[in-house]
Structure formats: C-alpha cells, structure tokens
Design a protein around this ligand. Structure first.
Ligand SMILES: Nc1ncnc2c1ncn2[C@@H]1O[C@H](COP(=O)(O)OP(=O)(O)OP(=O)(O)O)[C@@H](O)[C@H]1O
Length: 304
C-alpha cells in the first residue's frame, strides 16, 4: 500500500525526515508514532505529493509519488492538520463542494453519496447550521466524511485526534476501526502512545526524523519469555526457583519460563500460594523507550 525507500527531506541544515524505509500493507491500521517535531507531518505530506522529497522513493498503491500522484490520489482519502471547511456553509454544502470537484455523477447519486458518508462518520442527523458552529469533533468527522467521498482504499491522517476531547477520541477510534474492518487501510500519525496502542495493528516509531522501529503490535507485545508471579510465599519460590529467577520487586518475581499455566500448576503442587501469575509482555511505552532512549519522554503516554 505504502512503501518508502531511503526517504529524506532536508530544510536547509534541518533533516526533517532521514532515510526512512516504511512498509504499510493492505489492511493495516498503521500508527506512525513520534514526538512533536520528529518529522511526521513532513512525511505524511510527502506521501500525498504535497512536499517533494530531497531524495529517496515513495510508492503508494503501486505508483510512484509524486510523479504519478494524479493517478493515485483519487483512491486516497486524507486529513492533514485539521480539516479545511468553509465556516459559513453547512456540512452538507461543504461536502457537496468537495464532491463537485471531479464528479460526473447525477445530482441524486451525489446526494446519496453525501448522506452515506455522513452516516458512516455518525453525522447523519446533521442540520443546516454552518460549520463554524460545529464542535472540533464534528469538524474532524466532517473532514473524514470528505475524505470518504471517493471511497478510498487508503486513508492517510495526520494527528486525527488532535484537539478532541476523550469522547471525541473514542468516537474517532471506533470510526477508524469500523472503516478498516470494512476494507480501508488506515495510516495515521500521532504523538500519543495510548492512541496508537488502542487503535493500530502495526506501528512505526520515528525519532528525530529516523524510523527507529517498525513492526506489528502483536509481535512487539509478544511474551518476553518471563512469567511474573506475585505470592505471599515469594521468598520460598525465589529459593526453589533460584536458577530461573531473573528479577524481583518485593513479592513480585520475574521467572524465566514460557508457560505461565504450567508454572502455576507446579507451584500450587508444591503447596505455594499464588496471588497472580501471568506471562510478561512489554507495554508499547517500554518498547518505545527501548527503541529511542531517554528522548522518548517527549512522546505523550496519555491520550486524555
Ligand atoms: N517548511 C519548513 N521549513 C523549514 N523547516 C521545516 C518545515 N517544515 C518542517 N520543518 C522542520 O522539520 C522538522 C520536522 O517537522 P514536522 O512538522 O514534520 O514534525 P512533526 O513530527 O509533524 O511535528 P508536529 O507534530 O509538531 O507537527 C522540524 O524541525 C520542523 O521545524
């Protein structure tokens, strides 16, 4: 769906995007995660042919960008830096104007398409109020509705939840998951760890213009090979499993073992009491910290 090879953008002495190799597959919900100023907007703009790379290659839907942008972009919906709309016109009128550009269908078909996208984004009951009276969440959804008019195979969204309240963030997440399940590949940038963790199937982590890690979330969050055991008998367990004990924090023991159920059965068989036992998995935050080092505290962990 999207591939970049050694994609680089320099602004004078600033390297905004540095030799990035990106791989987004059909059906992904891909989260492009990085702190403010790490080059996300620049990369998104390059994907859409709005900014020209200094060097490197971009392929979107099998075609080179920017040279073949005119062929590809009709199949791509996008939302960058807040949706643009005419503030004194209604949402429907705005969508009609977006749709009019490039549509040869009948008026009836166009009206039906507008109602369909409004329904998709949860704005079916929209009245005649001008867009300037909308909440930010409504404007954001109207922007997505505009992006959906062309029934895109791919949605590219730059910080789609910026400025939304927790309810708005929740609705946007549900909307993007529903669109993805209906067949649309979603690529979005964000500086919010929790947003990516809750929404995405694949993640690319960018730090100061460099893609430092790219993988499926399930692979990043796979079991580490340790089991975390909490027990009032932690001293006895630590003694018994001395060779396998990898770490300890009070009554919490980190034991080298791949099967929590098996270990549990064995410990119980030894007459030891277990408060909790689970296979250890890293949080996305731990993965990001490991990939980027101390600078990663600039990525916000909290979406609210
Ligand atoms: N047109 C420009 N001219 C000069 N420098 C730019 C330009 N656009 C971006 N930059 C610089 O490139 C770097 C990356 O910026 P970019 O906006 O792509 O990051 P970002 O991760 O999207 O950040 P944010 O989330 O704040 O938008 C920054 O240092 C920025 O100052």
């Amino acid at each position: 769906m999207i591939t970049t090879r050694a994609l680089t953008k320099r602004y004078g002495s600033i390297v905004a995007v540095n030799a990035v190799d990106l791989q987004v597959a059909e059906g992904d919900r891909y989260g492009f995660l990085g702190p403010n100023g790490s080059g996300k907007t620049t990369l998104v703009r390059m994907l859409l042919g709005l900014v020209y790379p200094t060097s490197g290659e971009i392929t979107v839907l099998g075609e080179k960008i920017p040279s073949r942008a005119a062929r590809v972009l009709p199949q791509v919906g996008s939302l960058i830096e807040g949706p643009a709309a005419y503030p004194y016109l209604s949402g429907r009128r705005n969508l009609a104007l977006m749709d009019a550009a490039g549509s040869r269908d009948s008026r009836k078909a166009r009206r039906a398409r507008i109602e369909e996208v409004l329904e998709q984004v949860g704005l079916a009951g929209l009245d005649a109020r001008p867009v300037k009276a909308y909440s930010l969440g409504m404007r954001q959804r109207l922007g997505i509705a505009g992006a959906l008019l062309r029934k895109p195979r791919l949605l590219i969204l730059d910080e789609p939840t910026n400025g939304l309240d927790p309810q708005g963030i929740h609705e946007m997440r549900d909307l993007l998951i529903a669109l993805n399940q209906a067949g649309t590949t979603v690529f979005l940038s964000s500086h919010l760890l929790s947003e990516i963790e809750q929404l995405c199937t694949r993640v690319g982590i960018v730090d100061r213009g460099n893609l430092v890690l790219e993988d499926d979330l399930t692979a990043l969050r796979a079991p580490t090979g340790r089991v975390v055991v909490e027990s009032p008998d932690s001293d006895k367990i630590a003694e018994l499993l001395n060779g396998q004990l990898s770490d300890r924090a009070g009554d919490q023991l980190f034991i080298k073992h791949t099967d929590a159920a098996e270990l549990n059965a064995w410990l119980v068989g030894e007459g030891l009491r277990i408060s909790s036992i689970t296979a250890e998995r890293l949080s996305l935050e731990q993965v990001v910290l490991a990939a980027t080092g101390p600078g990663a505290d600039r990525i916000d962990g909290d979406a609210s």
